[in-house]
Design a protein around this ligand. Structure first.
Ligand code: C2E
Ligand code: MG
Ligand code: MG
Ligand code: MG
Length: 280
């Protein structure tokens, strides 16, 4: 299912059935006050060094604890937040909260990295770089401990402007990665023109490789090619959506740098993460 279909599903099954338009307007109105009412929450998913499984950091993933509908996935409200520009205050909150948490968990001293996802509207906003700087200053997090995830689709909307923005972010000292690589329409050659040193391979590629035994598996060949090229360009590669031991083993054989996925750890609330990783 596409993100749009999932988003519509949530609206269609809301308890007090109105028309889809009414539900949408209602959700929009509710989203408008969600940050102020403290209804947003970040969950954190570990990212690990593949070679020794050491913890490398976490990705912050937003959830909306909706009073009527329960906990909503970002796929159910980020598109609406984008359409209504509410993603700007929402994104600002995500940024500040994830930086605050990273500092509180000792990332400066531990050398761990916090990442969060950036929406297109947010990235293209004129104040974006300043907002990142403000979140760093407010939290006291070292810029190098922060990794921004921007999608391939976002970068392709305006390649030249994206390059400039990425360079400005590097100027602050933060790291930037291309998320969901392979789902957009860039050719591999776009990679060499981008000032990026991180790449996240979309989970659809990881999940197509089930048989580690078959070296001629086309999905394996695609992964291998992306990894080889990325490494030639001095990029570090993270594979997302690792769900099985076989996938992990194959990624190890292919020399992938970092891994993330349910097999290694699901996104969890801060309290669970703290207990599991002895942070805080
Ligand atoms: P993403 O950045 O690609 O994040 C990975 C998504 O895959 C997360 O879903 C995560 O829970 C899920 N995932 C992780 N490991 C596995 C696995 O092994 N198998 C499977 N099937 N899924 C896995 P989630 O949390 O629902 O987030 C969905 C998307 O929503 C994210 O995709 C990101 O694009 C967006 N998003 C999340 N938080 C934010 C945010 O704070 N701001 C913005 N703008 N977008 C966000
Ligand atoms: Mg991401
Ligand atoms: Mg991703
Ligand atoms: Mg993805």
């Amino acid at each position: 299912t596409t993100k749009r279909q999932q988003y519509n599903t949530v609206l269609r099954y809301s308890p007090e059935l109105g028309t889809e338009r009414e539900n949408r307007l209602r959700l929009e109105k509710e989203l408008r006050g969600a940050v102020a009412r403290g209804e947003l929450e970040l969950h954190y998913q570990g990212r690990f060094v593949l070679s020794d499984r050491a913890l490398d950091g976490f990705e912050a993933l937003v959830r909306w604890n909706h009073p009527r509908l329960g906990r909503l996935s970002p796929l159910a409200f980020i598109p609406l937040a984008e359409q209504t520009r509410l993603v700007l205050p929402l994104g600002k909150w995500v940024m500040r909260e994830s930086c605050r948490q990273a500092r509180a968990w000792g990332f400066n001293e531990r050398g761990l990295t916090m990442s969060f996802n950036v929406s297109a509207l947010q990235f293209e906003d004129d104040d974006f770089v300043q907002t990142v700087q403000d979140a760093l200053t407010a939290s006291g997090l070292i810029p190098a401990r922060l990794l921004l995830e921007i999608t391939e689709t976002l970068i392709l909307r305006d390649l030249e402007r994206a390059k400039i923005k990425i360079q400005q972010l590097h100027g602050l000292g933060v790291q930037v990665t291309m998320d969901d690589f392979g789902t957009g329409y860039s050719t591999l050659s776009v990679l060499q023109t981008l000032p990026l040193n991180h790449l996240k391979i979309d989970r659809s590629f990881v999940q197509q490789v089930q048989q580690k035994s078959d070296p001629n598996n086309p999905a394996r060949f695609v992964l291998e090619t992306i990894l080889r090229l990325a490494h030639r360009l001095d990029m570090q590669v993270t594979a997302e959506g690792v769900e099985t031991a076989e996938q992990l083993e194959l990624l190890g054989q292919l020399g992938c740098d970092h891994v993330q996925g349910y097999y290694l750890g699901r996104p969890q609330a801060a309290a669970q993460i703290e207990a599991e990783f002895e942070l805080g």
